[in-house]
Ligand binder design. Structure first.
Ligand code: NDP
Ligand code: 2IT
Length: 451
């Protein structure tokens, strides 16, 4: 049995369906860091892995709220405070019907290593609820957010735990959550990031994850000696915060993003997607992508159920660079094969763990430049930390300053990942490089801080 298999065996008792994605994330990390555990005995002696894969605490609570028809609705809220060896717990909140403890454990675990990779003083956490903001009025969202914060405020604070957005949680939700926190605590502090600019948000936080993913890709392509993105066809999935800003930055640098997706289907617009229309549809009207073809009749809309099971239409479109930016496991081995056959050069994960393990293996074995989520999408949380710094010093940074710092952070992460992979004999493998580099920093802090 290899070292990695021995380690994985220790945790197999808890591998139930709800924990499936958490185990997927954990197994990948264990396989990556096995050589490190072999070469540096201190990590085993200090039981770092055993301690790292168990959250410090999971807070689970009832969220009862009144809908617009005066009916009482009940949802479940969570905050998984995973690890604060490097700084206050930090990570987003997800509001989506698929949310459960296992999903949030996977996201919280990934967040520890991602936040570690940024080099910034932030620990790892995640939270959210099975509440679905879709189809709810603004008042209903506000009432839900108030009820959610009525419990959450007891567990967070600017130096304790600082939540932000994720799927289903954008500026509107963060605004309502912040308003309630302020009311309950009489404290005007940087307890949430991703706030609207007028009351403490950082410039560029909305753009940060998407722009950062493109900066990471540019650096990766340059380091790998590949052609830049200028003039290249790119495919993007998702149509939310991350996807829209990947598309925006790609257009700014002269690339041609031709797709986007939502939970119902895919848009393929071969001349390049109309970003202004997308923003109107998704940010203002919260409408389905189907509406896109009402304006652009020559674009194609492919409903999700019209593509053969196991694959996704968006990854069957030839491209130079692919950017999965919707959700976990949205890019399967069938999709990976389609991308490879069509000549893809790079794949950058804007979403958290969008590629299945088999898809990742296919990319790596075909020498595709593959940028894993915890490195490539770290720009969002990095700018969240910049927001915390601005709030703590009661100052405001310019767009240019934040953009420059974001770019530098993404370049530093890319370099750290590449050098680490080289040091551990897996040159060009950004997955192992990111896992080892992220693990080492947090593990060394845990050892220094004692049990
Ligand atoms: P948004 O809620 O803004 O957008 C999510 C998008 O993905 C929507 O287009 C949504 O479709 C689609 N989507 C969500 N769930 C599913 C699903 N189960 N199947 C198919 N499509 C789905 O979220 P974000 O853009 O913020 O987040 C996207 C990804 O990026 C997530 O993995 C998130 O964890 C990750 N991420 C986000 C960061 C951030 O700063 N926001 C930072 C780092 C990572 P529809 O419109 O139909 O709901
Ligand atoms: O997955 C992520 O990194 C986020 N959703 C952003 C977290 C944050 O605290 O900004």
């Amino acid at each position: 049995m290899t070292k990695a298999e021995q380690e994985i065996k220790k945790f197999e008792n808890g591998n139930c369906e709800e924990n499936r994605v958490f185990y997927q994330a954990m197994e990948e990390v264990i396989y990556s860091i096995a050589p490190l555990l072999e070469s540096e005995e201190k990590y085993t002696r200090h039981a770092i892995l055993e301690r790292l894969v168990v959250p410090d605490r999971i807070i689970k609570f009832k969220v009862a709220w009144l809908d617009d028809n005066n009916n009482i609705q009940v949802n479940t809220g969570y905050r998984v405070q995973f690890n604060n060896a490097l700084g206050p717990y930090k990570g987003g909140l997800r509001f989506h019907p698929s949310v459960n403890e296992g999903v949030l454990k996977f996201l919280g675990f990934e967040q520890i290593l991602k936040n570690s990779l940024t080099g910034l003083p932030i620990g790892g956490a995640k939270g959210g609820s099975d509440f679905d903001p879709k189809g709810k009025s603004d008042f209903e969202v506000m009432k839900f957010c108030s009820a959610f914060m009525a419990e959450l405020h007891k567990h967070i604070g600017a130096r304790i735990d600082v939540p932000a957005g994720d799927i289903g949680v954008g500026a509107r939700e963060i605004g309502y959550l912040y308003g309630e926190y302020k009311k309950l605590t009489s404290s005007y502090e940087g307890v949430l990031t991703g706030k609207p600019f007028v009351f403490g948000g950082s410039l560029m936080r909305p753009e940060a994850t998407g722009y950062g993913a493109v900066y990471f890709t540019e650096t990766m392509l340059e380091m790998e000696g590949k052609e830049s993105l200028d003039g290249k066809i790119c495919t993007v999935s998702g149509a939310g915060n991350v996807a829209l800003h990947v598309i925006e930055k790609l257009q700014q640098i002269g690339a041609v993003p031709v797709t986007c997706t939502d939970s119902k289907g895919t848009i393929y617009d071969s001349r390049g997607v109309d970003l202004a229309l997308l923003k109107e549809l998704k940010l203002e009207r919260r409408a389905s992508l189907e509406e896109y073809v009402k304006v652009h009749a020559d674009a194609k809309y492919i409903p999700i159920n019209e593509y053969p099971e196991g694959g996704h239409a968006v990854w069957d479109i030839p491209c130079y660079a692919a950017f999965p930016c919707a959700t976990q496991n949205e890019l399967t081995d069938i999709d990976a094969q389609n991308l490879i056959v069509n000549g893809v050069v790079s794949v950058t994960e804007g979403a958290n763990m969008p590629s299945t393990p088999k898809a990742i293996n296919d990319f790596l074995s075909h020498k595709i430049c593959f940028a894993p989520a915890k490195a490539a999408n770290a720009g969002g949380v990095a700018v969240s930390e910049f927001e915390m710094a601005q709030n703590a010093s009661m100052s405001k940074w310019s767009f240019e300053k934040v953009d420059e710092k974001l770019k530098t952070t993404m370049q530093q992460i890319a370099k750290r990942v590449v050098l680490t992979a080289k040091d551990y004999g897996v040159e060009g493998n950004y997955v192992d490089g990111a896992n080892i580099a992220g693990f080492k920093r947090v593990a060394d802090a845990m050892i220094a801080e004692g049990i």
